[in-house]
Design a protein around this ligand. Structure first.
Ligand code: ASP
Ligand code: MG
Length: 468
């Protein structure tokens, strides 16, 4: 059971987590938790100030966040065990917090002095987000009669030493996770781990798995333990058929295949990053995405075997703020090495390209982050003529159904026949159909497609047939 930062943002949120863990108690859960919301950001910006020479002032900015831990735990213990025990736990928390202040302060000083590498010190500092949230959650569970213990995820998840975005080492992580957690589970204790934090196999130093990395921890731990399932608790009801801000009829997709989830990941932060569930994929551990604010609302389960999911269109995703770059040159005709020359430019400027389509003499690409746009265009102009179209939006129809159902493209484009489609791509993965429209038309496009595929009677029928 993985709980994100908003699921532990205050005492009320912790309270919901405790109830959810209690409900699963017989299934012998393992809990992975993120830092309390906003704390990771605060730690990172304090670290930046400290590295820039702000010294003790930087630590001061963290006090309000330390205090949130105390306030949450105090509230949680108020109607728990005996008064004395509560006081003892709270004073223990005070010493955990002063130890944190001390270690963070030392890292800040080292960062300012430049005595140790900054990425290493930053990981050390930022790890206190998860170290503290897991400590508080373990104590709160325990006080509520659920035997729980904090387990140090740095002894479970073992990585290379790429600080800030470390890659887990599969075998070591599997072995250490089992060694650390199995005895607790067998004793009937719920292990509570901080997500996101890990340690380097080579140096033993604290590493982190990249922003949002707690999902990744959950995937690794669930895979190592061969869990029955991994539950990712967030504040949305699973994965929706469309962005609910655009389509108010959007609804939860009950079952997704891994490939569909991977396609959708690009379109919304609410969907898991595909790499985070990859470790579970190979072990066939399903991932359930649930809403901690509305536990009984529908949720989405990601299965690794596409056969477990109905073959229909599952979602109409979209993304605005996209621009298209057209690169045209007559020299391209019958030539080779052209694409490489173009992509080298994007690589040099570390810019990700999303959609690519080609004709004999031109290549069109879509980009999301135009930070280096001017430099990119400058370089591309050495190769060919360049034309940029800003304010575009990508629309993507995703579903295993595209593989096997004829007529979907026809239906898509006839539904929006009065809207100008600027670029189309299908085939790279046989489960998506992607195209680009002007940003001003995207909401209308998505609404109409949603209606056509999900809201009318024939859509239901098609879904039904595809599902059986
Ligand atoms: N606390 C980390 C972050 O904010 C990891 C996570 O929340 O998953 O990125
Ligand atoms: Mg998070």
């Amino acid at each position: 059971m993985k709980f994100g930062g908003t699921s532990v943002e205050d005492a009320g949120a912790f309270e919901r987590v405790i109830a959810l863990v209690r409900a699963e108690r017989d299934a012998r859960p393992v809990v992975v938790v993120s830092a309390m919301s906003k704390f990771t950001d605060a730690l990172l910006s304090a670290f930046e100030r400290a590295a820039g020479g702000a010294g003790a002032g930087a630590l001061g900015h963290l006090e309000e966040h330390f205090a949130r831990h105390t306030a949450a735990l105090r509230t949680l213990l108020a109607d728990g065990p005996q008064r004395q025990e509560a006081d003892a736990t709270l004073s223990e928390l005070e010493s955990v917090l002063s130890n944190a202040r001390e270690e963070i302060g030392r890292a800040f000083a080292e960062a300012a002095a430049g005595s140790r590498p900054l990425p290493l010190l930053q990981d050390l500092v930022v790890s206190f987000g998860e170290q503290l949230s897991s400590w508080v959650l373990a104590r709160a569970l325990d006080a509520r009669g659920l035997k729980a213990r904090q387990a140090d995820s740095r002894r479970c998840v073992i990585t290379d030493d790429e600080h800030g975005c470390a890659t887990p080492l599969k075998e070591e992580t599997d072995r250490h996770t089992r060694e650390q957690l199995m005895p607790l589970i067998e004793e009937g204790v719920v292990p509570v781990l901080g997500g996101f934090i890990a340690s380097s196999a080579a140096s033993g130093e604290t590493t982190t798995l990249g922003r949002g990395g707690s999902d990744y921890t959950a995937g690794l731990v669930g895979a190592a333990l061969r869990s029955r399932e991994i539950q990712i608790w967030t504040d949305v009801s699973g994965v929706l058929t469309a962005d609910p801000r655009v389509v108010k009829e959007a609804r939860t997709i009950p079952r997704l295949s891994y490939a569909e989830a991977a396609e959708l990941a690009y379109f919304g932060a609410k969907v898991l990053h595909p790499k985070t569930i990859l470790p579970a994929v190979v072990r066939n551990v399903p991932v359930r995405i649930c809403n901690s604010r509305a536990p009984r609302s529908p949720d989405t389960v990601v299965y690794f075997d596409a056969e477990m999911t109905p073959r229909t269109v599952k979602a109409i995703a979209h993304k605005t703020g996209v621009l298209i770059v057209h690169v045209t040159s007559a020299r391209m005709l019958g030539a080779y090495g052209f694409l490489r020359a173009i992509f080298e430019v994007f690589e040099r400027h570390r810019t990700a390209v999303d959609i690519v389509t080609t004709s004999e003499v031109s290549v069109s690409l879509s980009l999301e982050d135009p930070a280096r746009l001017d430099a990119i265009i400058e370089d591309l102009k050495h190769i060919a003529a360049v034309h940029v179209e800003p304010e575009r939006a990508i629309v993507c129809i995703v579903g295993e159904g595209l593989r096997s159902t004829p007529g979907i493209a026809g239906r898509v484009f006839s539904t929006i026949k009065d809207i100008n489609v600027l670029l189309i791509s299908q085939g790279a993965s046989s489960i998506n159909l992607t195209f680009v429209v002007e940003e001003q038309h995207v909401a209308e496009t998505v609404r109409r497609l949603h209606e056509a595929f999900f809201e009318c009677a024939t859509a239901e029928l098609v879904a039904e047939l595809g599902g059986h």
